[in-house]
Ligand binder design. Structure first.
Ligand code: SF4
Ligand code: SF4
Length: 68
């Protein structure tokens, strides 16, 4: 990995690790996260990698990511 490469967090590839609370969405300082409903209507966060600056604030506020 180079110094310029940013780390894009994995918020919900495992759905059991996300309740759709949108805390990450609220915490993102650059508005990179959008809440998108899945096929059952439950919202999950999606990160626009072109906007994300890799600050990881979204992981910090997520109650489901204690082992991050
Ligand atoms: S803060 Fe965590 S649990 Fe809440 S929507 Fe974001 S990823 Fe899901
Ligand atoms: S790492 Fe930072 S910029 Fe990227 S989605 Fe999370 S809070 Fe937003």
């Amino acid at each position: 990995m180079t110094m310029r490469e940013k780390k894009i967090p994995d918020l919900c590839s495992v759905k059991a690790s996300c309740c759709g609370c949108a805390a990450c969405y609220s915490a993102c300082p650059v508005g990179a996260i959008t809440m998108i409903a899945d096929e059952k209507g439950f919202p999950y966060p999606a990160i626009d990698e072109t906007i994300c600056i890799g600050c990881l604030h979204c992981l910090d506020v997520c109650a489901f990511k204690k082992d991050k």
